[in-house]
Design a binder for this molecule. Structure first.
Ligand SMILES: [Ca+2]
Ligand SMILES: [Ca+2]
Ligand SMILES: [Ca+2]
Length: 235
């Protein structure tokens, strides 16, 4: 098979000759305008170079500090005493929802998670099913296994048929990571089923908010008026 013949380009000599064609002289008026423009550009550049170190000296104010994590507008059920001062009673005991050693963490070393926010309930009657329901500022409920968009997650739901709680009923909600969402939080403690237990069921609720912990005792009975008690606060 024959290759088609390439048409030969113009000889190199010719191309060089075309490139060497002298440009016609610029009109004198154009040259003068170019000189003026170049001078103006040089002036602007010098001004920019002078302004540059000055701009470097302008102090950028730091972002305003975030307000401390302090619960505001705290609302507790009527007749419930809120313990805001921690009294150390010795080493940390597990599954009592109390910060026994007052280090700001509730039931640490007991297989529970903690975070800047932590809410824990415990109750002694093994048969009673009590639920800790924590709603974040967007109204999302913290559940077992998957954090809310704001990062709240629940450790476990007691009592469990699987025996996970081993008759030591504790439910725990904690902030998995990051800064807590600001807004109104709602912590609801609810007697779901009394089963074979005798009412009222005394439930200890403690909360860790930042470096402080809060605690209270709630009595729940299976009636519309007292099966559920809630605490609200604003961060
Ligand atoms: Ca502790
Ligand atoms: Ca404890
Ligand atoms: Ca439960």
């Amino acid at each position: 098979m024959q290759h088609p013949m390439r048409s030969p380009g113009p000889p190199r000599r010719d191309r060089r000759a075309r490139g060497a064609v002298p440009r016609p002289p610029a009109p004198r008026g154009l040259l003068a305008r170019l000189a003026v423009a170049r001078a103006a550009l040089g002036g602007a550049l010098r001004a920019a170079l002078v302004a540059l170190p000055l701009a470097g000296c302008i102090e950028v104010p730091p972002p305003p500090p975030r307000p401390p994590l302090e619960p505001k507008d705290l609302r507790v059920p009527e007749g419930v005493g809120l313990e805001m001062a921690c009294t150390p009673t010795g080493v940390e005991l597990c599954f009592d929802a109390r910060d026994n050693n007052c280090n700001g963490v509730i039931d640490e070393g007991c297989g529970l998670h903690t975070g800047i926010l932590q809410f824990t309930i415990a109750w002694e009657e093994a048969d009673a099913d009590v639920d800790l329901n924590v709603y974040d500022p967007s109204g999302e409920l913290a559940r077992v296994g998957e954090p809310t968009a704001s990062g709240l997650m629940k450790d476990r739901d007691c009592p469990r048929v699987s025996g996970e709680c081993q008759e030591q009923n504790v439910e725990n909600v904690f902030l998995t990571e990051g800064e807590p969402a600001r807004g109104r939080y709602r912590v609801v403690v609810r007697l779901d089923k009394l089963n074979d237990a005798t009412a009222p069921i005394r439930v200890r609720l403690s909360a860790r908010v930042g470096q402080r912990s809060y605690s209270m005792a709630l009595d729940l009975s299976p009636s519309a008026a007292s099966e559920e008690k809630s605490v609200e606060f604003t961060l």
